[in-house]
Design a protein around this ligand. Structure first.
Ligand code: FMN
Length: 270
């Protein structure tokens, strides 16, 4: 485990994680089996009865004992050029450590990733698409240096547009250690942590749900990348992490709800 002092001396891990050597034979494992067994084929696609009585709730709420922080109105008060954002988007790994991110900017990013953007017959649609409109992804934040927000681990509620404080304190180094020691996580002003509430999607798609969960997370993360770029902030998607360390930090069980993806967000240095 690395502490803050070590992080401050350590170069980034980027590029250190080694890939499979070119001459090694391709391994057949659980991933290949999963891909094969979750294929839709005309023979397998037969209709299935959906039990609407057991449909899982699309929203998660912690009880009243968890402090709620309302988020500022994410009003879009600036022009953003989508073509420019696409062409400028990069994974940014250098952040200014000491400056704080305005809460208004964080609110805008949360809205861009999972904000409710339309309502029709009591159904709420969000900024990113989701297979079957089931929205299995939950958003948590590790906030290290956000103006007006105590450092801590938070849960975002799209339907209330607020944050629930799960635990106070600076968890940046703990999360960085859980992310294989990647210093971008320790240096970022905040880090998005996305989990999946698996049953929300499994209720309809069974084992194929896992494909959709990962696709959903990708859509959300791309919105974060583009919105972050448009707002002048640096984003880096992070897939390398010790799953259960992240799950433990959030207090989720890693089975019914499990971490799937992270993204560091920081103010850009220089
Ligand atoms: C699913 C996924 C996982 C990633 N995981 C990491 C990571 O753990 N650490 C990191 O530094 N970058 C990570 N990245 C960023 C990629 O390294 C980056 O997207 C790639 O090098 C291309 O560069 P660009 O995003 O600037 O175009 C990840 C990107 C994706 C899409």
């Amino acid at each position: 485990m690395l502490d803050r002092a070590t992080f401050d001396r350590k170069p980034g891990l980027e590029g250190v994680v080694k890939g499979r050597g070119e001459n090694q034979p391709a391994e057949q494992g659980v991933g290949d089996k999963f891909q094969a067994e979750t294929k839709y084929t005309p023979e397998k696609i037969g209709g299935r009865y959906l039990d609407w009585n057991t449909m899982p709730d699309r929203y998660k709420d912690y009880d009243e004992s968890f402090h709620k922080v309302p988020l500022p109105d994410p009003k879009i008060d600036r022009a953003a050029d989508i073509w420019n954002a696409i062409s400028k988007r990069r994974s940014v790994r250098q952040y200014t450590f000491h400056n704080s991110m305005p809460l208004k900017e964080l609110a805008l990013l949360l809205w861009a990733t999972q904000g409710i953007t339309a309502e029709s017959r009591q159904f709420q649609f969000r900024a990113a698409p989701s297979a079957g409109g089931l929205y299995p992804i939950e958003t948590y934040l590790m906030a290290r240096n956000v103006e007006g927000l105590e450092p801590g681990i938070y849960h975002f509620r799209p339907h209330r547009f607020d944050l629930e404080c799960l635990k106070a304190g600076d968890w940046s180094v703990d999360l960085a250690n859980a992310a294989l020691g990647q210093r971008i996580v320790a240096d970022a002003q905040t880090c998005f942590i996305w989990t999946a509430v698996v049953e929300r999607s499994k209720w309809k798609y069974r084992q194929r749900a896992y494909r959709y969960i990962y696709l959903d997370a990708g859509h959300i993360a791309q919105n974060l990348y583009l919105a972050g770029t448009a707002a002048g902030m640096g984003v880096c998607g992070i897939g390398a992490f010790f799953d259960d360390r992240v799950n433990d930090l959030l207090g989720v069980d890693g089975v019914e709800e499990t971490a799937v993806y992270l993204a560091s967000v920081g103010l850009i240095a220089g």
